[in-house]
Design a binder for this molecule. Sequence first.
Ligand code: GLN
Length: 549
Amino acid sequence: MTNTLENKAKFIFITGGVVSSLGKGLASASLASILQCRGFKVRLRKLDPYLNVDPGTMSPLQHGEVYVTDDGTEADLDLGHYERFSGVPAKRTDSITTGKIYQRVIDKERHGDYLGATIQVIPHVTNEIKDFILSDVTDEDFVLCEIGGTVGDIEGQPYLEAIRQVAYDLGRERAMFIHVTLLPFIPTAGELKTKPTQHSVKKLQEYGIQPDMLLCRCCCEIPQNEKRKIALFCNIREENVITARDAESIYQVPIAYSEEGMDKQVCKHFGIDSDKPADLSKWRHIMDVLHNPEGTVKIAVVGKYVQLLEAYKSLGEALTHGGIANRFKVKIKWVDSEDIEKDGTDVHLNDVSAVLVPGGFGQRGTDGKIMAIRYAREHKIPFLGICFGMQMAVIETMRDLAGIKNAGTTEFGADCEPVVGLMTEWDKDGAKEIRHKDGDLGGTMRLGAYPCCLAPNSLVAKIYGSDKISERHRHRYEVNLAYEKVLNDAGLFVVGKSPDGKLPEIVERKDHPWFIGVQFHPELKSKPFAPHPLFVSFIAAAIEQSRLL
Ligand code: GLN
């Protein structure tokens, strides 16, 4: 670990006020990207005040997607925004929660590291947070740290104290506080209201933090006189009151912030020459494609968390990226798999050009997913199954084409032909990972990047243009290779395996134009500037299919 006090990285702390869901993650990712467009090296970090050790065991319906990094960290979905916007791969040292902080403090206490001291929130918990913020920083120009939650939350207090202390230790020339707030528009008064922002800044000041910049979410432009008022009451320079107007597309956000002068003011804060503007051409190119597509293609995503689309954040993004690469707009039809069970496939799938069944957990809604897969297979509609979606594709083939009617996964209990079963042992970087049936659920899946070898002449090898790939995983169950021959005879081929040949990673059909199932999550690595090849190819196949509709 490198002690950052010795290098020159500058720290930007992003807090949120007034209400949650203001898009702090996207704001942080956008600022990082525009700083990159000025030639700076950045790093992004998320500090989550909740007590879970990581979000891995939280319901996707409550917390949205669990993002997985190459090094196998299960993290908040904001790390996905960070990676997609900055292209910098997130790591274990970029994500922390109160649960993890307390775990470390208690481990040290048990180990006797505190030499008889009474362990307290200040300094022990705050020191642990400070160590996290300052650790593993090398040659970055800027480290952006986003504090989860809203100012005033009880859980967030130690974090505010810690960042106040870091700014004190480093000196204000190496630290900056940006506070994201909301300016509501009251239609009956015809006015923007600044009071909640004023209160939120006061709250922050109670913790000893004077924000240097306000990023005000708003449905319209903020008139200059309102900016002046906010600046005066909140003790901030007028140019540092930045409008974060609701955007038509998230890809518009970096351009909009830069036009508001955000990066320029950040540079000024740190005494960096700000005359040369950021080169935003890559973002402008994306907006140009989104504004002028050659057509629209409709894709069904059949899952069970469709009431909260945050649960499929990276997936929605990756599909859009696939569209950008093909200069097509992707319209996603989110289909609840239980609705397919109720209404049948035709009603929900007869107007789409491709079907995607994403990752998932548990039995509810699986019959609908299997019905959707059968529909795509029989109608020769492009199909992509991801993780659970691949497992369901295997079960579908086994039940319908191999005559094994009770083919299933042991995830739903032992009462089935175990075509998909619990993984208890696998290889990671030459060492054995071992799991037990009744072990802990948190952090124990097969997580992070693993290599995979592709069969020559397979469609996937052609798509990737390579015979060895690395993709990110998050699963506990695995297709049982004992059934490989039966699967082949039924037309589904295992075309990707772990290097030791023990774990199947990809299946595809040869009697279908585009039918692929992957055990990993390709959506986690797709970026607007580097769309994932599987999504590029899947959307291209869907466009072909749309010409037949
Ligand atoms: N529930 C399945 C497993 O644990 C699939 C997980 C997923 O789709 N991410 O293997």
